[in-house]
Design a protein around this ligand. Structure first.
Ligand SMILES: [Zn+2]
Length: 253
């Protein structure tokens, strides 16, 4: 399956409540006909779109075509597809100009601008697009497949962050805005180098998602690096191999 657009090779089903067709010129609105697609309809996704185009509320919409008939069905919310649209990859984001220090693909580490990195866009559990470093993406999707085979599902809540995005999270944290966790100063987060991902682990270290990650993530090059953040994992193959050799899944044990 192509890493940059994994939805193209798959079929999906409309979920229990059906799907209302969206207006092509305003995906947040339903069409005049208000036509609904019945639950269980099998579709292929031929295109995706983001609405609004930028910002924290951006969601991913899908252009769905029926498998059993000809002709396009139209635009739907990806939330209308039975659970599986989460974790699909949508596109590759190419590096920008070398001097674009604050652009969408500009990587930082320890306060210094590293350069541009290719990214893969991926869908989170709320139908929101997230970005993940290209070097991390194939390891992450391989890890997902292995987890699914074991009956464990998870999703990213955060991946790569640009400098302006990290500045936003840091400001929200400093201001004590509810729902925003500790976030490093812009330029200093591992989420800006492309190797860090956050995976919600409901139940913390005692939950099934954490249990699976603890037993398996190092095999895929991931390990925990923040003692107070069970959701934060980094793709560091050398350190993960060392952890695996000592039967650990954390950097510090
Ligand atoms: Zn994190």
């Amino acid at each position: 399956m192509p890493l940059h657009a994994s939805y193209l090779d798959r079929t999906f089903h409309i979920g229990e409540t059906g799907a209302v067709l969206r207006a092509a010129d305003d995906l947040s609105a339903v069409t005049d006909e208000g036509k609904a697609l019945p639950a269980g309809t099998q579709v292929r996704i031929t295109r995706v779109a983001r609405h609004p185009a930028e910002g924290p509320e951006t969601r991913v919409y899908a252009h769905a075509c029926p498998v059993a008939a000809t002709g396009p069905l139209g635009w739907i919310s990806t939330g209308d597809l039975v659970g599986q649209f989460r974790n699909v990859t949508l596109r590759r984001i190419e590096p920008g100009p070398a001097d674009d220090r604050f652009g969408p693909a500009a990587a930082w580490h320890a306060g210094a601008y590293l350069g541009q990195v290719p990214l893969i866009e991926i869908v989170n559990v709320r139908q929101k697009p997230r970005r993940i470093g290209l070097v991390v993406a194939s390891a992450y999707t391989a890890m997902l497949s292995a987890a699914q085979a074991d009956g464990v599902e998870f999703c990213l809540s955060s991946g790569f962050r640009s400098y302006p995005e990290q500045a936003f999270y840091h400001a929200q944290y400093v201001d004590g805005v509810p729902g925003f966790f500790k976030a490093d100063r812009p330029g200093f987060s591992a989420h800006q180098s492309g190797v860090a991902i956050d995976i919600p682990v409901g139940g913390g270290e005692t939950g099934p998602v954490y249990g699976w990650l603890a037993g398996n993530a190092p095999r895929f090059g991931f390990l925990r690096t923040e003692p107070t953040e069970p959701w934060h994992w980094e793709y560091r193959p050398d350190r993960a191999r060392d952890a695996l050799a000592r039967g650990a899944h954390c950097d510090w044990s």
